[in-house]
Design a protein around this ligand. Structure first.
Ligand code: KIV
Length: 275
């Protein structure tokens, strides 16, 4: 059955945990969908994982649409969330609605995600009023990496923790249907989760959130540039891929691949008539 924003809300109310993973292409989305993952995020982590940038800043709306549409085609049941990239919504409420609309129309996703708290509430309200559900994102918001001065745990001081809680309440009030909490101390994330009526989805925010999300390439150990502390490796797919690539390389070079069963036949007569 198709997961929707109301499924997510009902899961919070029934105390059922919500599973989310990122995906950036059709085949991965299909596998995640078939595995029963509740939500698939086409994250702007696309920039790091797929496009090879060192952060998410250069990712464009067109990049998100290209990959978002592929994921939406592969996800029959999972809720598909597409990230709004840097500067596609911060510039104005008008830009935010136009870009969210483009993303939804051109990808056929179910909702969008954007980063930021009270200062982004006019955008969250306007996009939601345009019937596009919004997932908010607080804590270590990667599009603000330059403002934060690096990738650091957020909300550790009283002032920062209070700001995070105020932002969380504000995005809920503005109409966000769910909230991602990234790199936030476990007890703070738990408190925010208890104080909100909308579901929280944690990444590096402990087990007290209503759901969890990981970058799929991290949890499969496929992405070796950087491994955050909060990532658990569920399978060493990177190692399996490297071994398969090496085996292929060796078999091509010793001519043992392709074998007879991988090749097509032609009548000898046809060959004999060639001149
Ligand atoms: O872009 C992304 O993958 C994300 C997750 C880390 C939540 O925003």
């Amino acid at each position: 059955m198709k997961n929707t924003v109301t499924t997510f809300q009902a899961m919070k109310e029934k105390n059922e945990k919500i599973s989310m993973l990122t995906a950036y292409d059709y085949s991965t989305a299909k596998l995640e969908d078939e595995a029963g993952i509740n939500g698939i995020l086409v994250g702007d982590s696309l920039g790091n994982v797929v496009l090879g940038y060192d952060n998410t800043i250069p990712v464009t709306v067109d990049d998100m649409i290209h990959h978002g549409a592929a994921v939406a085609r592969g996800a029959a049941n999972s809720l598909v969330v597409v990230d709004m990239p840097f500067m596609s919504y911060q510039t104005s409420v008008y830009d935010a609605v136009v870009n969210a609309g483009r993303i939804m129309k051109e990808t056929r996703c179910d909702c969008v995600k954007l980063e930021g708290g009270q200062s982004m509430c006019p955008q969250i309200k306007a996009i939601t009023d345009a019937s596009i559900p919004v997932m908010a994102h607080l804590g270590l918001t990667p599009q603000s990496v330059n403002a934060f001065g690096g990738f650091k745990v957020q909300g550790k001081t009283l002032e920062a923790a209070q700001k995070l809680l105020d932002d969380a309440k504000a995005v809920q009030e503005a109409g966000a249907f769910a909230l991602v909490l990234e790199c936030v101390p476990e007890k703070l994330a738990r408190k925010i989760t208890e104080m909100l009526t909308i579901p929280t989805i944690g990444i590096g925010a402990g087990a007290g959130c209503d759901g969890q999300i990981l970058v799929y390439a991290d949890m499969l150990s496929m992405f070796s540039d950087f491994a955050p502390k909060f990532v658990k490796s569920f399978a060493n797919v990177g190692e399996i891929m490297t071994k398969a690539f090496k085996d292929y390389d060796a078999e091509v070079k010793d001519a043992s691949f392709p074998a007879a069963e991988h090749t097509f036949k032609i009548d000898e007569e046809v060959l004999d008539k060639l001149y």
